[in-house]
Ligand binder design. Sequence first.
Ligand code: RI2
Length: 308
Amino acid sequence: MDVDTTVEAIKSMEIRGAGRIARAGASALADYATNFKGDDPKGFIAGIMDSRDRILGSRPTAVSLWNGVHATIKGVDACDTVEGMRELIVSNAERFNKASLDAVKTIGEIGAKRIQDGDVILTHCNSSAALSVIKTAFRQGKKFRVYATESRPWRQGILTVNELAKEGIDITLIIDSAVRSVMKSVTKVFVGADTITSHGTLVNKIGTSQLALAANEARVQFYVCSETYKFSPMTLFGDMVTIEERDHDEVAKREILDPAVKIFNPVFDSTPSKYIDGIITEVGLISPGSVYHVMTDQLGDDIFKLIG
Ligand code: RI2
């Protein structure tokens, strides 16, 4: 898919989910590189940087998109020829996309060990990483049931319940405001991540922090399922995570409202690390306090290139 089509598909949420948008961004850059005509390196670089900026502008919150795009263009400025740049970008995109899919699978294998017979699981929105954990446990023969929130306003919960039902999992859809009510019978919560900051704060679908508070009150374990490319290097340098606000029409059509009514539609919220029992990543089950170390280990000296 080309860059323009990818940007529109991400904006409209035809392609959504933090991991999926990252892979789509990487693939769009590979498409640009493959289809670039001519042999002018400067022209190639100008086009790739413009594509990078447009892809990054499609959705602001999930750092997976930023990490995926930068993993794809890494090293391009050191190439002398268009052919060299093309090969590098295509191979970087393939490597990122494979690592991303492998990470989701590994998270499933690690996280499934936390699920036991008799568990009652609650999940929120539609996270491929969280669903990988749940599906892996089910395929291992574990007996449990799952509640999934509707996740207003976009209702990604409908995708979740259908996906789990197709798998044969005992799944119950609830409205978002039923979370505290069902928490009495829940034993574990598994959610995904859009961004995790250097100090272990989770940024995920709006309503996640309510789940965390209710879980904390009920002493229910709260797990985050997150590939490490959802860790935000910029937050190390004090940058704030931008919380996306989407179209008001997603909340309610104007025609049913008094003209004086205002609408506020933030689609992500922040959950402080103290509410998180563990982050299940492809490099292991870690504490929120370990995010800094994993991030700096992975970035090595590259971390200094991000300061300026
Ligand atoms: P995976 C989604 O955002 C949800 O917030 C979900 O928890 C997160 O991305 C991670 O999804 P949206 O794109 O990468 O639906 O685990 O706004 O699939």
